[in-house]
Design a protein around this ligand. Structure first.
Ligand code: RFL
Ligand code: PHB
Length: 398
C-alpha cells in the first residue's frame, strides 16, 4: 500500500537539527514532516554532546525550550586546562566580558524537542525505512519512506532538509561531483564512559598527559562523563572498568585532588574526524548539522553548530516559502560555512594541542607544551580559547 501527501518542508532525521528545524518552522507557520529511521527511545537515549554555548542556550529559551534546561542545566564560567602535572583555570566570564557555557545533555534536548513537537501535533515518524529524496530538479521534490507499519509514503515538498547526520542519505542524493569534502583524520579515538558518581570537579578538566588526553565532564550533580584518548583501532573489550578508572586517575592526577569512581553505566569508543562538505545546498535540498560537517569533540562544537545551522535555515526557509524572498536561502550555505570553518579550526586546534600522537615525537610534544603554557600565561591567548569555546559567532535569535 502507498499514500501521497504534501508538506512544505520534508525533514530527514530526528536528531537535534531536524527536530529544532521543525519546531522553528512551526513557530513561523510553516508545516513540516520529520522522518527518522531509529525509534524514539533510541533517539532519546543516544549518548552524545553535553556542552552548550551561551548563544545556544539563549536561542532554546527564546523559542520556548528553556524550562527544563533552566531548571537542570549546569552553568559553567570556565574550564580547567591541565598539563605537565599542573591544573590551571581559565575564567571565561572575565576573559570574554561575561560569557559562559552550560552542561545540558543532548539526550535531554532531544527529549524536550520530541515532546514539544508531539504536543503541537507535528508529523513525526520514527522507525521508518527506505528513506529516499528525489525530484531535486523539479519545483516539488519528493520524500519517500516506509513507515513502521509497512506503508510506503510519498510526500511532495517545497523544500527538503537533510538533517540526517554524517551517515545519512541526503548528502549523497546531491548530483554526483557537486559536493566537495575537506577532511582530516586523527590517529586516535576517545573511550567515553557515563558513571553514576558525583563529578569530582566543579568545571570541566581538559588534561594533556604524556600517556594521552583525558577529559572530565558531567551530566548532572549525580552523573559524571569522562573520556580517555585511546588508539584509533582500540577494542573496548580490552578496557574493563577497573582499567578505565585507573587510567583516568593516572591522567587526571594532581597533588591534593582525588577522582571519585562509581558504577559505569555505558562505555563506547568514539572515532574522531574533521569533515566539511560544500555546498550545503542543491536547489531545494538543504543540508544542516552533521549531515554537512563533523568536528572532533574536543572543542564541544558539533551540537552547537547543528543548532546554529537550523536557526539560520529556518529564517531562510521562511523568507523563501512564506515571504517569497530567496535572499537568505541563497546566502545560507556561505553564512553557515563561515561559522563551520571557524569551529572546525578551533576543534582541530584544541584536539592537536591536547592529544598525544602515536610514536615518539619530541618536537610535537614540546610545541604542544609551549602552546599550553602560552594559553594559560597570556591573556590574549586565553581570550582566543575562551571566545571560541563560548561561541565566536553570535546567533541571531528569532
Ligand atoms: P544526528 O544527531 O546524528 O541526527 C541525525 C538523525 O538522522 C537519522 N537518520 C535518518 N533518518 C531517516 N532516514 C535516514 N536514511 C537516516 N539516516 C540517519 C539518525 O538516526 C539521527 O537520529 O545529527 P544532528 O541533528 O546534525 O546533530 C549533531 C550532533 O548530534 C553532533 O554534532 C554532536 O553530538 C557532536 N558532539 C558534541 N557537540 C557539541 O556541541 N558539544 C559537545 O559537548 C559534543 N560532544 C559530540 C560530543 C559527539 C560525540 N560523538 C558520539 C560523535 C561527544 C561525542 C562523544
Ligand atoms: C561532554 O560533556 O560530553 C563533552 C564536553 C566537552 C567536550 C566534549 C564532550 O569538549
Amino acid at each position: 500500500m502507498s499514500t501521497s501527501s504534501r508538506a512544505q518542508v520534508g525533514i530527514v532525521g530526528a536528531g537535534p537539527a531536524g527536530l529544532l528545524l521543525s519546531h522553528l518552522l512551526a513557530l513561523r507557520g510553516i508545516d513540516s514532516i520529520v522522518v527518522e529511521n531509529r525509534s524514539r527511545a533510541y533517539c532519546e537515549a543516544r549518548q552524545r554532546a553535553g556542552l552548550l554555548e551561551a548563544g545556544t542556550v539563549e536561542l532554546l529559551r527564546a523559542v520556548g525550550l528553556g524550562k527544563r534546561l533552566d531548571a537542570e542545566g549546569l552553568e559553567h564560567g570556565g574550564i580547567y586546562l591541565q598539563f605537565a602535572g599542573e591544573r590551571h583555570h581559565l575564567d571565561f566570564r572575565d576573559l570574554t566580558g561575561g560569557r559562559w557555557v552550560t552542561i545540558y545533555a543532548q539526550t535531554e534536548i532531544v527529549k524536550d524537542l520530541i515532546q514539544a513537537r508531539l504536543a503541537a501535533g507535528a508529523r513525526l515518524e520514527f522507525e521508518v525505512s527506505g528513506t529516499e529524496v528525489a525530484g531535486l530538479d523539479e519545483d516539488r521534490p519528493v520524500l519517500r519512506y516506509t513507515d513502521a507499519a509497512g506503508t510506503r509514503h510519498e510526500v511532495r515538498c517545497d523544500v527538503i532538509a537533510g538533517c540526517d547526520g554524517f551517515h545519512g542519505i541526503c548528502r549523497d542524493s546531491m548530483p554526483p561531483g557537486l559536493v566537495q569534502a575537506a577532511e582530516r583524520g586523527y590517529p586516535y579515538s576517545w573511550l567515553g564512559i557515563l558513571a553514576t558518581v558525583p563529578p569530582s570537579t566543579d568545571e570541566l578538566i581538559y588534561s594533556r598527559h604524556e600517556d594521552g588526553f583525558a577529559l572530565h565532564t558531567m551530566r548532572t550533580p549525580q552523573v559524571s562523563r569522562l573520556y580517555l584518548q585511546v588508539s584509533a583501532d582500540e577494542d573496548i573489550e580490552r578496557w574493563p572498568d577497573d582499567r578505565i578508572w585507573a587510567e583516568l586517575r593516572h591522567r587526571l592526577e594532581i597533588p591534593g585532588w582525588e577522582l571519585r569512581d562509581g558504577p559505569i553505566t555505558e562505555k563506547a569508543i568514539l572515532p574522531m574526524r574533521s569533515f566539511v562538505a560544500s555546498p550545503m545546498r542543491y536547489r531545494r535540498l538543504f543540508l544542516a548539522g552533521d549531515a554537512a560537517h563533523i568536528v572532533p569533540p574536543t572543542g564541544a562544537k558539533g551540537l552547537n553548530l547543528a543548532i546554529a545551522d537550523v536557526t539560520v535555515l529556518a529564517e531562510a526557509l521562511t523568507g523563501l516559502l512564506r515571504d517569497g524572498d530567496p535572499g537568505l536561502a541563497d546566502a545560507y550555505a556561505d553564512a553557515s560555512l563561515r561559522r563551520v570553518w571557524r569551529a572546525t579550526h578551533f576543534s582541530w586546534w584544541m584536539t592537536s594541542m591536547l592529544h598525544v600522537d602515536p610514536g615518539p615525537d619530541r618536537f610535537g610534544a614540546e610545541l604542544q607544551l609551549a602552546q599550553l603554557r602560552y594559553v594559560v600565561a597570556s591573556r590574549a591567548a586565553a581570550t582566543t580559547l575562551a571566545e571560541n569555546y563560548t561561541g565566536y559567532y553570535p546567533l541571531r535569535r528569532p
